[in-house]
Design a protein around this ligand. Sequence first.
Ligand SMILES: [Zn+2]
Length: 133
Amino acid sequence: MLFGTHPISTQIGAHVVVNASVPHERCPNCGYYELDAEVAELIEVQAASVVMSEATEPDPKAVRIARKALGMSQAALAQELGLTQETISRYETGALPIVPEYHLALAGLLGREERKRRAGQNTLQLAHTGTEG
Ligand SMILES: [Zn+2]
């Protein structure tokens, strides 16, 4: 396995999001790789956020994936967005197209989740300040 940065594609419903530079180990012969569960989850949160902020008409399956990436029930998401659980259910089945106001709000929640997860992953600490060495 060789360490490097490689592009990773993430399927979010009908959308494919490419993260151009994910640091990880990969087999140079067959391309096999594994991501830490935490890294894989972060990439899914980021990808769902990109879909919700940039897609004109997010796929209903993407709405469901976005909610699950947030670890929220339909009821919890409904409360967060000021909607009913039934409306969330309709967005996820495609019975009702999600309007920009709400997929952008979902993107905002995903952005917040991404920052929270990144903060949890940050293991760097400033050990020295000054010019001693
Ligand atoms: Zn291999």
